[in-house]
Design a protein around this ligand. Sequence first.
Ligand code: SAM
Length: 315
Amino acid sequence: MKISGTVARGPSDKRKYEGSRNACQSIETKLWDILNQSEIPSPVRIMDFGGGDGETMAPIYRKLDAFNKQMIISVEEPHEDSLRKYKELIDNTSMTCIDITYSGPFQDYYGHTLEDLRVMNAYPQHLQDRVLALHVLYHLTSIFDDPFDPYENMKQAISAMYTILKPGGQMIIVLEKNEFCLIGAASLKCSEVLFPHKTKNHKLLFEVWKKLLFNGGIADVLNASFPMFKASVQQEEVVHNVVLPTLEEIGIAVSIGCLHGLFADQSPFDQRILQFCVDYVKSDGYKHGLYLNSEGMWCFPLNTYYITIQKNTNE
Ligand SMILES: C[S@@+](CC[C@H](N)C(=O)[O-])C[C@H]1O[C@@H](n2cnc3c(N)ncnc32)[C@H](O)[C@@H]1O
């Protein structure tokens, strides 16, 4: 989900979110930090899963360009128009060229070998220095899935990313939402009220993200499947602030986050979800850090998790 906003923080917010969390960093700055540009080789091979139109990565490519790094980019993105825009972006960045682009979903990678996927042109021929999934993994499991297996979905998707990663390379996953932040709490409450028979799925999905991604359990899963390598996982939580003029707009923003992935295109009740989120923001938003700033704008903290997985050779 992309919502523009500043990262200014209010005093009550600060009290509530103090601790080891890292505040006041823009997504671009954080990504730049994590990508560790000083160690980026030239040429660098990057594969971006669910890359969208490349808007999030565009400033990073421009910076790498300024550092004279040559970039060879592969993109997987099921939305054709977004993929076309991503290609245009690459064409307009001087030190960058496209390797492969694949317009199928992540699920196409499940259960296939590296060789199969290369033949399908879903993987590039070379292993990659960096593999990205920025705000994508929540699209892979809907609480309406039947059978519902978020653990298997995460395992398959992350294994597909790890497979194409070079030894010594880094995978970066960006994800937001848990049961405590405004969007996560609203979405959970929403399914409790509107889809009570799916609440169990919803809770399990949050559990799986927590266990595998926020608490680093994915390392054991990868190490069991790829015994030649040792995965090391680092996780950092950054609080970005969403700033909007009205509570209705906050409600709409929350409903977009709420709909993403969890109810993805499978819910016939979108209007009800929207209304639910607007009402929830008004009644319970303050419990999750919503406040009115001195300029009369409504703000709420958006907790974003940056998960880095390094693929090391097993000595
Ligand atoms: C919130 S956008 C993020 C785009 C980009 N990574 C960024 O950060 O700007 C989520 C992207 O995931 C893509 N997506 C949705 N379902 C997907 C799936 N099953 N497999 C791969 N990508 C998917 C969407 O088309 C969209 O481009």
